[in-house]
Write a protein that binds this ligand. Structure first.
Ligand code: NOJ
Length: 558
C-alpha cells in the first residue's frame, strides 16, 4: 500500500454515516428536517470524525416508501429544500474533507412517475417498455415478495391496458425494465447529473432485484447476454466521469455470490457492498455469547479485488434482517434481542435499534461498536447510533427506527420547534427519550457513548490495517472471544472482543516469530510484552474489547 493509494481509494478505510434529511434537523420549523438543517450539522459530523455521508433519498416522492418511491430522479423534495441547498451541503461537506454519496434507486420508480403514468395509459406509449409487462395470468409468486405484510404477488394487474406489471417491492413501485437500453441510458444521465452537482458516488438500492428484472424481461432482444454487463457499464461510466466516485451496493445475497457483484477478478462492478452475512452472524454471536458464527462468516468471505471493499454495519434504516440465518438461528436472535412478536417483522427481522436490543448496557454497546470498527472493511453507522438513539415501536414496521435525531434535552429533542403533533415522526419516548439521550449532554460527558464513538472513529482512521490489511482469525481456546488481526507488511492490529457477560483470561499465542515484541493498546496506550515464545496472558472483563498494534517498522503515529 502506497500513501497515494490511501488518498485515492478513500473508500477502503472511510467511515460512512447514513442519514435521512427529513429526520435530522428541521431548520424552517415546519416539522420536517431539511437540507438547511443538515448544513448546520456538517461541522458536527466533521467533529464526530465520519468521512462520508450517505444521504437517503431526497427526491420528489409521494412518500409511500419513505422516499424510495421517486417521481423525479433529477428533483429535490420541496419539503427538504432545493438544488441550491443540495449543492450547499455538498460544498460544506467537501470543505471539511467529507464526501457525500446518495441513494440511487434503479430498480423501480413510483407509480406516480410521469414515465409510469404514460406507460399505463396505452400499450403504445413510448414509455411502455420502460417497465416490465405480461399479458398472461402470473403464477403464484407470494414467496418472492419483499414485503409480505402488504403484498402477495410481484405482479399487479393494470385495469387500463389489461396487463400485469412487475414490482418486487410495493405495487406502487413498478420495476424498471433493465433489458431496455433506453432505460439504462436514462439512469446513466441521472448519475451524470448528480456527479456534476458534486456527489462522490451512490448507494445503489436493491441491486439483485435489477438482475431479476433483466431475467424476467428476457424476451426483450436488447437484453445484455450477462446482466453483470449492466453493472460494468455503470461502473465504467461512473469512473469515466469521476475517477474516485463509488458505487456502494445493497446486495443481500450469500457471500459466495457477492464476489460476482464486485466483478470477480476484474473488480469492475460495484466498488463496495454491504456485508449482510457478517452483520447477521454478528447478532448470532452476540446472542449466543459465542464468537464462532462471526469468525466463520468472516473466514468464508470471498476474496475480493484489492480496490473493492466491504461495508460493515450493525444497523440500517430497514428491518434488522436475519433472513440468511437458519430458522433456528434466527429464533435464537429473536429470543435474545426481540422476543416480543410486536417487534418482529416479515418473519425475518426486528424493528429495534441496538441499545434496546442490548438492554442499553453501555459495556455491551461499546463492545459491539468496537467490534464493528475493528472488522476488516469500512464501517457504516446509521444516524443516532453515536448517541444510542432508540426507536418508536408504535410506528408502522420499519418506520420504528426512523425517529427524529435527538440534539438536546429540550423541545422535540432539539430536532424542531413545532408543536409535537406536527412532527414528521414522533420523538422517542421512555428511557431513551431526549432527556436521557441527546448529543448536547453526551458531548459534555467524556464517558458518553458519543465520546467513545468519536474515539473509535479516530482510531479506525489511524489504522489503515483495518481497511487494507490481510485478515486472519487467531486461534485460541475461548469460544466467547474473537481474536482477529488485520496486517500490512510492517504493522498489524490485533482486535480482541469478549462476547460474554463474564470476565475470562485469554492466552494469546502469536508464535516465536513474535518473540519479545510489544503490543501497544490503542485505547489505553498500555503496553503488552510478548515473551520469548510470542505469548502473553490477558485478563478480560465482561464484554471487554482491545485493539492492539504490533509494529515492526517505522511507527505509524509519532
Ligand atoms: C431497499 C431500501 O433500503 C428500502 O428501504 C426500500 O424500501 C427498498 N429498497 C425499496 O426501494
Amino acid at each position: 500500500m502506497r500513501i497515494t493509494d490511501t488518498a485515492d481509494r478513500w473508500w477502503k478505510n472511510a467511515v460512512l454515516y447514513c442519514l435521512d434529511i427529513e429526520t435530522y434537523l428541521d431548520h424552517n420549523n415546519d416539522g420536517v428536517g431539511d437540507l438547511a438543517g443538515l448544513a448546520r450539522r456538517i461541522d458536527y459530523l466533521a467533529e464526530l470524525g465520519v468521512t462520508c455521508l450517505w444521504l437517503m433519498p431526497f427526491y420528489p416522492t409521494p412518500d409511500r416508501d419513505d422516499g424510495y418511491d421517486i417521481t423525479d430522479f433529477y428533483g429535490v423534495d420541496g419539503r427538504l429544500g432545493d438544488h441550491g441547498r443540495v449543492v450547499e451541503v455538498i460544498r460544506m461537506a467537501h470543505d471539511r474533507g467529507l464526501r457525500v454519496i446518495a441513494d440511487l434507486v434503479i430498480n423501480h420508480t413510483s407509480d406516480q412517475h410521469p414515465w409510469f403514468k404514460s406507460a399505463r395509459r396505452s400499450k403504445n406509449s413510448p414509455y411502455r417498455d420502460y417497465y416490465v409487462w405480461r399479458s398472461d395470468t402470473p403464477p403464484d409468486t407470494s414467496d418472492e415478495v419483499v414485503f409480505p405484510d402488504k403484498e402477495d404477488s410481484i405482479w399487479a394487474y393494470d385495469d387500463r391496458t389489461g396487463e400485469y406489471y412487475l414490482h418486487h417491492f410495493y405495487s406502487h413501485q413498478p420495476d424498471l425494465n433493465w433489458g431496455n437500453q433506453v432505460v439504462r441510458e436514462e439512469l446513466l444521465r441521472v448519475m451524470d447529473f448528480w456527479l456534476q452537482l458534486g456527489l462522490d458516488g451512490f448507494r445503489v438500492d436493491a441491486v439483485p432485484f435489477v438482475f431479476e428484472d433483466v431475467d424476467t424481461a428476457s424476451k426483450n432482444p436488447s437484453v445484455p447476454a450477462d446482466p453483470h454487463d449492466l453493472l460494468k457499464e455503470f461502473r465504467g461510466f461512473l469512473n469515466r466521469r469521476r475517477g474516485d466516485a463509488i458505487l456502494l451496493g445493497e446486495v443481500n445475497v450469500p457471500h459466495a455470490d457477492q464476489r460476482r457483484y464486485f466483478g470477480g477478478d476484474a473488480g469492475d462492478e460495484l466498488t463496495m457492498m454491504f456485508d449482510f452475512i457478517t452483520m447477521q452472524n454478528t447478532y448470532l454471536s452476540l446472542a449466543r455469547q459465542d464468537a464462532r458464527p462471526l469468525a466463520k462468516a468472516l473466514q468464508t468471505r470471498p476474496a475480493i479485488h484489492p480496490t473493492c471493499q466491504w461495508a460493515t454495519f450493525l444497523r440500517n434504516h430497514d428491518e434488522l434482517t436475519l433472513d440468511k440465518l437458519t430458522d433456528a438461528q434466527r429464533q435464537e436472535v429473536f429470543d435474545a434481542f426481540g422476543p416480543d412478536p410486536d417487534v418482529q417483522i416479515y418473519d425475518r427481522g426486528l424493528t429495534l435499534r441496538l441499545p434496546t436490543m442490548l438492554g442499553n448496557d453501555p459495556r455491551r454497546l461499546k463492545m459491539a461498536y468496537s467490534l464493528l470498527f475493528s472488522l476488516p472493511g469500512t464501517p457504516t453507522i446509521y444516524y443516532g447510533e453515536e448517541i444510542g438513539l432508540g426507536e418508536d415501536t408504535s410506528q408502522d414496521g420499519r418506520m420504528a427506527v426512523r425517529v427524529p435525531m435527538q440534539w438536546t434535552d429540550g423541545k422535540n429533542g432539539g430536532f424542531s420547534d413545532v408543536a409535537p403533533g406536527r412532527l414528521i415522526q414522533p420523538t422517542v419516548e421512555g428511557p431513551l427519550d431526549a432527556r436521557h439521550v441527546n448529543v448536547a449532554d453526551q458531548r459534555r460527558d467524556r464517558d458518553s457513548l458519543w465520546h467513545f464513538m468519536a474515539t473509535l472513529i479516530s482510531r479506525y482512521r489511524s489504522c489503515p490495517e483495518l481497511g487494507w490489511g490481510e485478515f486472519e482469525v487467531i486461534e485460541q481456546p475461548l469460544t466467547n472471544v474473537l481474536v482477529h488481526s488485520c496486517a500490512l507488511p510492517e504493522t498489524a492490529v490485533y482486535a480482541i472482543h469478549n462476547f460474554a457477560a463474564e470476565g475470562c483470561e485469554l492466552e494469546l499465542d502469536l508464535g516465536r516469530d513474535f518473540a519479545d515484541t510489544v503490543l501497544v493498546d490503542l485505547f489505553s496506550d498500555g503496553r503488552i510484552p510478548l515473551d520469548g515464545r510470542g505469548h502473553a496472558t490477558l485478563p478480560l472483563d465482561a464484554y471487554d474489547h482491545r485493539w492492539l498494534r504490533l509494529q515492526r517498522g517505522e511507527p505509524l503515529l509519532p
